[in-house]
Ligand binder design. Structure first.
Ligand code: SAM
Length: 269
């Protein structure tokens, strides 16, 4: 069990080092494209992608002609992001950084954005303060966050039965509740809009879907390593139960719309 913020972050680094990320990154890419559009990221702007993974939003923004910095707490992700930027032929500054302590001057960027990343940090009030500190007054903070009643949030919560979240840490999926976001951005944002969207997950069967997550989602891979195959078997059963709640039928093709909240806020001028 992780009992301090530093331990939560150390677990996150281990989990995200344990997967190749290419498959999960490909699944999540449309949400990055959606957030780039929602934030109206365009050529000439200075952009920070926070908890950037292997650079879905960063690379999309750079392809628009923006000057992009990408940051992530996991060194292996930063390495993957650097290699992918070279493959894609875009120039991005990669920095290893914790969203709760960003190594940038105040008011450095025109847009600071995070796709399913900043929401995972353990201290949401620090996350909000840091996102708004480094964006210029009047400019944009964007987030894509899993909604609390959606499939992925339910999956993350089901995992907490096996990998306990510390008592002091609120559920990351609260970042998908518009009222909670408004509370956390109170005094920081001059305006705030939120809208639900979804990513479609399609597999040949619920069993294939469960196995795919067990290979590609960081916390699934770490749980398997830490808890052993017997406990992992229980986790897989609980995932199959959840897939069936969302309409999956054993042995048949399954499609689940994984809902998330698109958040766009302007820093007070
Ligand atoms: C689900 S991935 C999302 C990655 C990327 N934004 C994307 O859209 O593909 C979550 C990422 O958050 C990063 N992360 C987790 N906790 C973090 C923290 N406290 N500060 C910065 N990055 C963090 C992980 O290393 C991982 O790369």
């Amino acid at each position: 069990m992780s009992s301090t913020p530093e331990e939560v972050k150390s677990t996150a680094r281990k989990a995200w080092s344990a997967v190749s990320y290419d498959a999960l990154g490909a699944l999540l890419l449309p949400a990055a494209v959606r957030l780039v559009d929602a934030c109206a990221i365009s050529a000439g702007q200075e952009i920070l992608d926070v908890a950037a993974g292997h650079g879905n939003l960063a690379i999309t923004a750079a392809a628009e002609g923006a000057a992009v910095t990408a940051s992530d707490i996991t060194p292996a992700m930063v390495e993957r992001g650097m290699a992918r930027s070279v493959e894609e032929g875009v120039e991005i500054d990669w920095v290893e950084a914790d969203v709760e302590q960003l190594p940038f001057e105040d008011a450095s960027f025109d847009c600071v954005a995070s796709v399913f990343g900043a929401m995972l940090a353990p201290q949401p009030e620090r996350v909000a303060a840091e996102l708004f500190r480094v964006v210029r007054p009047g400019n944009t903070v964007g987030m894509a966050n899993w909604v609390p009643d959606g499939f992925i949030a339910r999956l993350l919560e089901a995992r907490e039965q096996f990998l306990s979240r510390p008592d002091w840490m609120s559920s990351p999926t609260l970042w998908g509740d518009p009222d909670v976001v408004a509370e956390r951005f109170d005094g920081l944002a001059g305006s705030l809009t939120t809208e639900r969207d979804s990513l479609r997950c399609e597999f040949d069967s619920p069993e294939e879907m469960a196995d795919w997550f067990s290979r590609n989602a960081g916390n699934e891979v770490l749980a398997r390593e830490r808890l052993g195959e017997a406990v992992y078997g229980e986790m897989r059963e609980s995932m199959l139960g959840l897939i069936s709640e969302f309409g999956g039928v054993a042995g048949q093709p399954v499609a689940i719309d994984c809902e998330y909240l698109v958040v766009v806020a302007r820093r007070r001028g």
